[in-house]
Design a protein around this ligand. Structure first.
Ligand code: NAD
Length: 461
């Protein structure tokens, strides 16, 4: 965690709350010149054949792998991730991203022929070519400070774009390490890192970039979209959510309980797609609860801290308000008093009007509500301003898929949750206030390219 001063980011360790150092911020006045430098580097880069740009990403993968232990160490020190999570959720996923995009990119960037009627258009060829956008301005959150920037930077450089990006101030050291890796892998200035907070993020939108890719909270997303609109710069927004899990009466209880506990508590619940509310068929409510409590006890010691005091206050505020309104704490429910740690907390007796069932909590809280009918469960899951993911848990895969499809989200899971965000081949996209645009897949690439219609007339040479 950190706070941003005029010239320095003051770094704190979320595991202890202690101040641990400083890192210089990028002066806001420097940003337009940095974007121009990136544009120059990007112009030269885009003229290289795709195979050379792929070599650049292969080099990136090697440089990343060579520093994998350093990446894990800084994730532990700066965000407080347990080491196992640092490896599985950031390092393994990054390797998959490199491989996935290297495999897909030739097909995704290939010219798209447009078929013409030869009687109306004799001797004419038409195709759509995908040009790079130019300079992508990217603003990132802190909760997955390695794979989130990579999931845009990797396809962007393959497409021929340059990137100027800002890590979160809470993940400035992760950003600095990625910066070192980019410098080792790419030509100078192709990917430029800007350090700082809201001032630098806002200034980046104004600095002459051609496209903004933002991942973060809904309020900041709104501010970024407004600012980008003033400049007519297109932007894509990957924002927060309040993702629901629906558990049907025929679910495998053991598997479901383990899945929900992981879905709610990994990264201490600080995942945009965390399971933040459970709707369970009332016939199996008590049996599922018993399994969930068992699974929670098993993983409680592996929980990392929240990112800062503000996060701790919000999470505990959701719990205390729910309890005041009649919810029951089944385990956890109060800060541990060590750094910004909050224990894995399970609530029952919750109602949909409580903040803990309505607003993004972004902490290790699993509120469980019972439902009478499946239609009711779908309606309650869908009655949210957010729409990132939903999961349905059942042995009847067809029925579960049909129910999940009725919830307005960008990603649906049956008998699993949360894990597809970093995949190159899968689209990660929100509906409603969870944002617009996508990362991953050809739909994520859309943000990073512009189509050019190319016409050649061979008829009278
Ligand atoms: P945040 O909105 O506080 O900050 C995100 C980034 O925006 C940071 O780099 C911050 O410095 C910058 N920023 C802050 N104010 C700004 C402004 N006025 N103009 C420009 N930039 C500004 O979010 P956070 O706390 O870092 O991240 C947590 C949020 O991100 C949660 O809501 C989570 O759900 C969401 N998130 C979404 C996804 C997704 O893929 N949908 C992934 C990860 C996190």
């Amino acid at each position: 965690m950190a706070y941003v001063g005029d010239t320095q980011i003051h770094l704190q360790d979320p595991r202890t709350g202690q101040t641990v150092g400083e890192l210089p911020v990028t002066p806001v006045a420097d940003l337009p010149a940095l974007v121009e430098r990136a544009r120059k580097a990007g112009d030269a880069w885009a003229r290289l054949p795709l195979e050379s740009r792929k070599d650049g990403v292969r080099k990136l993968a090697r440089e990343f792998l060579a520093r994998a232990q350093a990446v894990a160490d800084v994730l532990v020190a700066e965000i407080g991730k347990p080491p196992g999570e640092a490896w599985t959720s950031e390092i393994v996923t990054a390797q998959e991203l490199f491989d996935g995009w290297l495999e897909m990119i030739d097909d995704e960037l290939a010219d798209i022929p447009v078929s013409l009627n030869p009687i109306n258009y004799p001797g004419k060829d038409l195709a759509l070519r995908l040009d790079p956008v130019g300079v992508i301005g990217m603003i990132m959150p802190w909760n997955y400070p390695i794979h989130l920037p990579l999931r845009t930077i990797v396809p962007a450089v393959l497409a021929g774009d340059a990137v100027v990006w800002k890590p979160s101030e809470h993940a400035a050291r992760c950003g600095a390490l990625l910066d070192e890796i980019f410098r080792a892998a790419f030509p100078a200035d192709l990917v430029i890192t800007v350090q700082g907070g809201a001032a630098q993020g806002g200034a980046l939108v104004d600095a002459g970039v051609d496209r903004v890719v933002f991942t973060g909270s809904v309020p900041t997303g709104r501010a970024v979209a407004r600012r980008a609109a003033e400049r007519l710069v297109p932007c894509s927004l990957e924002l927060g959510s309040k993702d629901a899990a629906i558990v049907l009466h025929d679910a495998d209880l053991e598997r479901t309980a383990n899945g929900l506990v992981w879905g709610a508590f990994h990264n201490a619940g600080q995942d945009c797609a965390s399971v933040e509310r459970v709707y369970v068929d009332k016939r199996i409510h008590d049996a599922l609860l018993a399994k969930i409590l068992e699974a929670t006890a098993g993983m409680a010691k592996d929980l990392g801290p929240l990112i800062d005091q503000r996060a701790l206050d919000k999470v505990h505020g959701h719990v205390t308000a729910a309890v005041a309104a009649g919810a029951v704490v089944r385990t956890g429910g109060a800060p541990t008093g060590i750094g910004w740690h909050y224990p894995a907390t399970v609530l029952t007796g919750v109602t949909d009007d409580m903040a803990v069932m309505r607003d993004e909590t972004f902490g290790p809280i699993l509120p469980i509500a019972a439902f009478d009918t499946e239609d009711e469960a779908v309606a309650r899951a869908d009655a949210s301003p957010y729409g990132l993911t939903v999961s349905v848990w059942s042995r009847d895969l067809k029925r579960a898929q049909a129910l999940a499809s009725r919830v307005r989200v960008g990603v649906q899971y049956v008998n699993n949750c949360c894990f597809t965000g970093p995949m190159a081949g899968a689209a990660w996209s929100g509906r409603k206030e969870s944002g617009y645009g996508a990362t991953g897949s050809r739909f994520g690439l859309d943000a990073l390219v512009v189509p050019r219609t190319v016409c050649v007339d061979r008829s009278r040479q």
